[in-house]
Structure formats: C-alpha cells, structure tokens
Design a protein around this ligand. Structure first.
Ligand code: FAD
Length: 381
C-alpha cells in the first residue's frame, strides 16, 4: 500500500541519509561490533551530515526541521541497517534533544547544543537504576543541596551511549519525601570529579552499542545544570516519553520490515524438494500473514507520526504503538530465522543478529507490561 505521509523533501532527505550510511557507516559495522561502540568519527560524520540537529534551532548549529517526519525518515533508514544505529542515534538526537531544547536556559543551550549538533558532545539519559527501571518514581539516586552546589550520589544502569557520553541527563531525587514530585533532571558533564562508568555491558544483542553502568560519588553540579524545573523531573520525563516510544515503534517496524524483505528474497532463492521454499503452502501463507501484519501496522504507525507532527500524539497511542510493534517485530524475526533454517542460527547471517538485537525492544523504553498497564488504566480498569 502506498504510504502518503512523506513528500519530496522527506524522500530527498531519505536518499541523503542512505547515501551517508552506505558510504561512511556500513563498511565499518563489523568494527563497531568488535569495539562494542560507535566511534566518535561516526558521530562527527553524522553531525556534518546534519543528522543530529533535526530538533535543534539553527542558531545553535541545528537544522530545526520543525517536522517530526524527518526524524521518522532518519529512524527508518538507520533501522534498515541494524537496531543499534537507531537506538544510539535515537537516544541522542530524538530522545535527549527535546530536553535540551525545551527545558533549558539560553546559557545552557549555548553551552550544550553546538557540540550536540556537531557530534562532539555525545549525550545519554540516565533514568534506570540497578534497583529498578519500571518504577521510575522510586528512583534512589539523590541530589542534595550544599551551599551553591547540588551533590549527586547513586548509580544508573543499562544506559545507552553511557560509556562514551560527554553529557548525561540524570534523574535524581531532590525531595525524598515527595516520590514522583521530588525528582529533578540535571545535565551532568561526565568529566566532573566523582563521575565514573563501569565496563561496557555484555548484551545478548546489539553489540555495537556502548551500554554502561554510571556511578555518581559526590558529583557536584550547580543550579545552572538543572534541566527544567526543580522537583518536576518526573513530569518532564512523562512529557517526552511518547516521542521516545514513537521512535522505538518506527525502529521496530522498519527493522522487521527490512529483514522480512530480505527473508522473502531468500525464500525465493533457497530450494528444497525441487522448488523454492517460499512456494510450500505453509511458508507462502506464513509470509502472506507477516507481510499483511507489517503493512497494517505501518498504517497505524504512520497515523502516529502524523499525530506527533501536529503535536497531538497521546501517551496512550504511543504506548499501544510501542508494545504492538515490539511484539510484532519479535514474532516476524522469529519466523524469519525459521525460514532460514540452520543459517538462521549463524551469527554471520543478518537475520540471526537481527533476531538477537530485537529481543530487548519488549523490555526497554517502558516494558510491554507497563505499556499495557497504562492502556488498561486509560480504559478505566
Ligand atoms: C540494552 C538496554 C538499553 C537501555 N537503555 C536505557 C537508557 O539509555 N536509559 C535508561 O534510563 N534506561 C535504559 N534501559 C533500561 C530499560 O528502560 C529498563 O530495563 C526497563 O524500563 C525495565 O526496567 P528493569 O530492567 O529495572 O526491570 P523491572 O522494572 O525490574 O521489571 C522486571 C519485570 O517486571 C515487570 N513489571 C514491573 N512492573 C510491573 C507492573 N506494574 N506490572 C506488570 N509487570 C511489571 C516488567 O515488565 C519486567 O518484565 C535500557 C535497557 C536495556 C536492556
């Protein structure tokens, strides 16, 4: 079915993203996996290409498209390559960006945004802690006022871009007695004394991303490092979570659709019992089923993209998109592995890596159970 949400400008941007990825990124994918991170040259290259500042006003080095569909195009193209690229770029350019644009002072914007756009200041966001991620309001990292400083103590875990980030948006408790209404966001420069990071975590999939634990031991920041309002961090995070979940949904679907396309080509080539394996009725019906589910889901996601472009995407629709696409992605990829037979279990095959890479999408950005909890509450249950 023809998609109607993009115009010529979006497609021209898509071509430029694709050309950049083919030229500067795809040849180095194996190296990224070996080093368990994207090198700084990748970020600087993406910055030069104008991919990091889609949400950032021009005066700070961005291109401020003012149209979320450009973010969506970028995410789709990254997801066609692998899951790690949209995850790492998404955290920086799609998830952290709104905090730094909409909640910051002029001084903070001048301090942080030019490097953000050029790729010289890589960012991460630290919400999850070893004691729990779903219950965000229960986080334990503290920031205590001491003279002109705030002193941060605690730890974060599973932080994407965590090992190489220069600036981390950190959620810390500033009013212990207030739970959700006692959390504040700080922009923490990772060069500060008392800040340290653990090893790059050894994950089941997405080996190319540097996911890390972060430690804060008497890290001193000031009022000038507060992002948004004191004690309003939880509300700020809730405000931007729909965009995060939409970005995840676009990734999940584009990634699944790409691997499904590649699997269909494989099913046409691969022979068994004198015919291509795609011609067996079981496989033909299975592929018909998967293609239909992907296309029908695309219609919903496109509606979400349009809604978000108009500023109308609800947290509940974002939650529906997130759990549904991650479930679908995992089902599609599991069938794709099966259709590849033994090759589907070999790491050298893209389908095998894609299958491993996708498992986390049902867990992160708010687990699928939490998404259903939100939807259920909205229904009045
Ligand atoms: C690769 C990776 C990258 C990540 N990147 C980041 C990042 O950049 N920044 C960041 O802050 N976090 C990040 N996360 C953390 C991620 O968001 C959390 O793992 C997620 O929110 C779940 O939290 P948890 O792991 O503590 O699980 P828990 O909260 O301990 O949940 C465990 C299980 O219990 C279920 N559960 C919990 N509460 C309920 C409930 N009320 N009803 C039903 N079931 C429930 C969950 O669904 C889950 O199945 C990342 C995680 C991974 C794996």
């Amino acid at each position: 079915m023809k998609r109607e949400i993009y115009d010529e400008d979006h497609e021209a941007f898509r071509s430029s993203v694709r050309e950049f990825l083919d030229r500067e990124v795809v040849p180095d994918l194996e190296q990224h996996a070996e080093e368990k991170s994207l090198p700084r040259e990748f970020w600087v290259g993406a910055g030069k290409q104008g991919l990091l500042g889609l949400e950032i006003p021009e005066q700070y080095g961005g291109t401020e498209a003012g149209d979320y569909r450009f973010n969506a195009v970028l995410t789709e193209e990254l997801a066609k390559v692998n899951m790690t690229l949209p995850s790492c770029v998404g955290i920086h350019a799609d998830i952290v960006a709104p905090y730094l644009v909409h909640l910051t002072t002029e001084e903070q914007r001048q301090r942080w945004l030019p490097g953000f756009c050029s790729g010289e200041t890589l960012t991460a966001i630290g919400m999850t802690e070893p004691s729990g991620g779903s219950d965000l309001a229960g986080l334990k990292t503290t920031a205590v006022k001491d003279g002109d400083s705030w002193v941060i103590n605690g730890s974060k875990t599973f932080i994407t871009n965590g090992y190489s980030a220069d600036l981390v948006v950190v959620a810390a408790r500033t009013s212990p007695e207030k739970k959700a209404k006692g959390i504040t966001l700080f922009g923490v420069d990772t060069a500060l004394d008392g800040y340290s990071r653990g090893r790059k975590l050894d994950k089941v999939g997405q080996p190319e991303s540097d996911t890390a634990e972060l430690f804060f031991e008497d890290v001193r920041v000031s009022d000038e490092d507060i992002i948004g309002e004191l004690d309003q961090g939880f509300i700020h995070m809730m405000t931007f979570l729909p965009q995060e979940r939409l970005g995840c949904s676009i990734t999940n679907l584009a990634h699944a659709a790409q691997i499904l396309t590649e699997t269909i080509a494989y099913c046409k080539e691969r022979k068994a019992f004198g015919q291509s394996i795609g011609q067996f009725q079981h496989n033909k019906f299975l592929i018909a089923d998967l293609v239909t589910r992907v296309e029908v889901t695309q219609a919903f996601i496109d509606q979400c993209v349009i809604a978000h472009t108009k500023g109308e995407l609800t947290p509940i629709d974002a939650a529906k998109a997130k759990w549904w696409t991650s479930q679908l992605q995992n089902e599609v990829l599991d069938h794709c592995v099966q259709l590849h037979g033994g090759y589907g279990f070999m790491n050298e095959y893209r389908v095998a890596r894609a299958w491993r890479d996708a498992r986390v999408t049902k867990i992160w950005a708010g687990s699928n159970e939490i998404m259903k909890e939100l939807i259920g509450r909205d229904i009045g249950l």
